[in-house]
Design a binder for this molecule. Structure first.
Ligand code: ZN
Ligand code: ZN
Length: 347
């Protein structure tokens, strides 16, 4: 089979690998549709270390090809969605509800991190019983694929930030995760949602996803948000980029007692200015989020698509066949042509 294999910083591409076989508790899924995540770009650039030889990718829909011993209630041929996070469902963090931290810190993220990922014609799914979510017949692969990671992460940023009815929320960065955080804040009943980004096209998409106000980050977003809120600040500020500047701005626009919900991935030292933190006396809450996974999460989010409460398909700006995945990486990482997410059709 063909697989998109990482072979060291700056080096990746399609290579032949044997079709994997299902061991106990595992399933082999024939991949239909996959996509590229910002994290995959970090990996191929050598900014996040994974083992050379690993197949990339952690977001996919497909069809069950083989079921290993002990996997019950499924049939080959059924269409399924796997979360980017594949928890075991049995360990202490899983049973305590922290499925992303399965087995230890970040342990739930396996695809394209610690085991072969999904940018391939076939993928081995660990803990299949906990991770194969049946896709309703009425839904296309494009309808559900982005639930695997970015939508689950963005929504979780709003959920973990405790957005309440009538809240004012600021979302820093309107990339795919920030856009889903914006939509998540809308679903949670926020009255005002302020989207911040450097790209006017992304701000237009933010309005489509529920932003009531948008601010170009080249202006002074902290001052503008203070003005919009009459000096009060926001109830929840969501950080969806992973930079010192956006983290600091998110902290500076919080009302006393407000919550900073961080969904970004940081790659350098993070500082908290004393005055933004009210010298540690502002009753602020800071929460962080790794994408929730597992089949229950995926089924829950698919119900939102089924009932037309959400539509993530506008995020797909480009489609490529698997043969052209290197070109898809190049476009996605360049951010040219108004690209947001690329769909990779595998079969
Ligand atoms: Zn991802
Ligand atoms: Zn676990």
């Amino acid at each position: 089979m063909r697989a998109n294999v990482f072979s060291g910083p700056g080096k990746f591409g399609l290579a032949e690998k044997p079709i994997p076989r299902a061991g106990a508790g595992e399933a082999i899924v024939q991949v239909r549709l996959t996509t590229i995540c910002g994290t995959d770009v970090h990996i191929v650039r050598g900014e996040y270390a994974v083992a050379p030889g690993l197949t990339l990718g952690h977001e996919a829909t497909g069809v069950i090809h083989e079921l290993g011993p002990g996997v019950t209630g499924y049939e080959p041929g059924q269409r399924v969605l796997m979360g980017a996070i594949t928890p075991c469902g049995q360990c202490e963090p899983c049973l305590a509800g922290n499925t992303s931290q399965c087995g230890g810190a970040l342990g739930g993220w396996r695809f394209g991190n610690t085991i072969d990922g999904v940018q391939a014609e076939y993928v081995r799914v660990p803990f299949a019983q906990a991770n194969l979510a049946r896709v309703p017949d009425a839904l296309a692969d494009e309808d559900v694929l982005l639930l695997a990671d970015i939508a689950s992460t963005g929504f979780a940023a709003a959920e973990n930030g405790g957005v309440r009815l009538g809240d004012t929320v600021a979302v820093f960065a309107q990339g795919p995760i920030g856009l889903c955080a914006t939509l998540g804040a809308k679903l949670r009943g926020a009255s005002h949602i302020i989207g911040v980004d450097a790209d006017p096209d992304r701000l237009r998409m933010a309005q489509r996803f529920g932003a009531t106000d948008v601010i170009l980050s080249e202006t002074d977003p902290v001052r503008e948000i203070r003005e919009i809120t009459g000096g009060r600040g926001v109830d929840v500020a969501i950080e969806a980029l992973g930079s010192q500047a956006t983290f600091e701005s998110a902290l500076r626009v919080l009302r006393p007692g407000g919550t900073l919900s961080s969904a970004g991935v940081y790659s350098s030292h993070l500082q908290m200015p004393l005055e933004a933190l009210a010298a540690g006396l502002g009753d602020h809450t800071i929460v962080t989020t790794l994408c929730p996974g597992g089949k229950e999460r995926m089924s829950r989010l698919m119900r939102l698509v089924e009932t037309r409460r959400i539509d993530l398909t506008p995020l797909f700006t480009h489609v490529f066949p698997l043969e052209e995945i290197e070109r898809a990486y190049e476009l996605f990482s360049s951010r040219r042509d108004k690209v947001l997410k690329v769909a990779i059709r595998v079969s």
